[in-house]
Design a protein around this ligand. Structure first.
Ligand code: TXA
Ligand code: MG
Length: 338
């Protein structure tokens, strides 16, 4: 199929109208959100959702996030919403935050994939919200990348992975955060963090003091262990180049990578003394810079023939936890502690 390019910067109204029309007719459209690009389909259309799974090559048991445009819509997809979830919605929506709740009968099996829960997010990105409103229905949308590969944070990344496999892509600006939303399940007590994101554990504990952090956030599932989130089971965020996550001080990192041949260092602006190829993903002293570039760089290294990429690990607090969570998976849990 031909993938339509719809330009939301120069022909915004026309692009939004066309995107909504495609979705209403059961098609799939890649849309920007403040986190990463999402591959959107009408959440009440089984056939459209089947196309999303095929385009991405997504494992069949991995459920989708339902995206809504206002808080009122939450009650149509979820039931038994606890007080803490309501408070989180007030504080973190619209934004990079997803809640897993008991699902209502209105959520179809093709979204929940056999679970009795549903993941819901109210994005803040004006384009995403406009598409949801004009489509007149909640949108099921996973990240718009080929399954297993780093998420798409620009429309060009979407086309690299999905050109010819989806009906359209909205050509919008690069995603501001660059990392997927925080996912918290309220279907267990106390609530539990399943995936860290820009809404941090520290932010969440102001509302949920006893929030638990799932073990799988920082480690691989043990043999036979059931995943709290089906997505935890699968290979994720992985470029073709072999990635290693390296923990240590700047000087240790530099002397370690300098001994490597044909490798690239992915590091902080503050890192000095590196004599091999290097790509800067963030400024260590500015935590808000940690998220935006990392997926983009993990994609970029595949354009060269490096034998390996060594990423200087962030601290595991604040938004650093989210970046560490993605990197440890990109590195298939290969962590080097200097
Ligand atoms: O920022 C985001 O969340 C992006 C944008 C497009 O909104 N979406 C996204 O979707 O990252 P996806 O499908 O790539 O990741 C959703 C994760 C998966 O790991 C999935 O297993 C988990 O959320 N998930 C979805 N529904 C769930 C449920 N009912 N219970 C537990 N985990 C769930
Ligand atoms: Mg994804």
């Amino acid at each position: 199929m031909e993938t339509l390019r719809l330009d939301t910067t120069t022909k915004r109204e026309e692009a939004l109208k066309k995107a909504a029309e495609i979705i209403k007719n059961g098609g799939v459209v890649a849309i920007p959100t403040e986190t990463v690009y999402g591959l959107a389909a009408a959440a009440n259309n089984d056939e459209a959702i089947a196309k999303v799974f095929i385009a991405k090559g997504r494992p069949q048991d991995n459920p989708l996030i339902v995206h809504i445009a206002d808080v009122e819509q939450l009650k149509s997809v979820a039931v038994e919403i606890p007080k803490e979830a309501e408070l989180c919605a007030e504080r973190f929506w619209p934004g990079p935050f997803t809640m897993v709740l008991k699902k209502s009968d209105a959520v179809c099996e093709s979204v929940s994939r056999g679970l009795d829960t549903v993941a819901v997010r109210l994005p803040s990105h004006p384009t995403a919200r406009e598409v949801i409103c004009q489509s007149g229905v909640a949108l099921a949308a996973p990240s718009a990348n080929a399954s297993g590969y780093p998420s798409a944070t620009t429309y060009k990344h979407v086309l690299d992975d999905l050109d010819g496999k989806i009906d359209a892509v909205l050509m919008d600006n690069d995603c501001e955060i660059g990392l997927e939303s925080t996912v918290v399940t309220f279907a267990v007590s106390p609530p539990r963090l399943l995936r860290p994101g820009a809404v941090t554990v520290e932010h969440l504990r102001e509302i949920i003091p006893d929030l638990e952090v799932d073990k799988a956030v920082l480690s691989d599932l043990e043999k036979g262990q059931k995943a709290a989130s089906p997505g935890m089971k699968y290979k994720h965020y992985s470029p073709k180049t072999e990635v290693f996550l390296v923990e240590g001080e700047a000087e240790q990192f530099a002397s370690f990578v300098n001994s490597k041949q044909n490798a690239v260092a992915i590091c902080f602006a503050e890192d000095s003394g590196i004599s091999i190829d290097k790509l800067v993903y963030a400024t260590k002293s500015e935590p808000e810079s940690l998220t935006k570039q990392i997926f983009s760089l993990l994609r970029e290294i595949d354009n060269k023939k490096y034998s390996a990429a060594y990423v200087h690990a962030p601290q595991k607090n604040g938004v650093g936890l989210a970046v560490y969570n993605r990197l440890i998976r990109a590195a298939a849990f290969r962590v080097i502690k200097l």
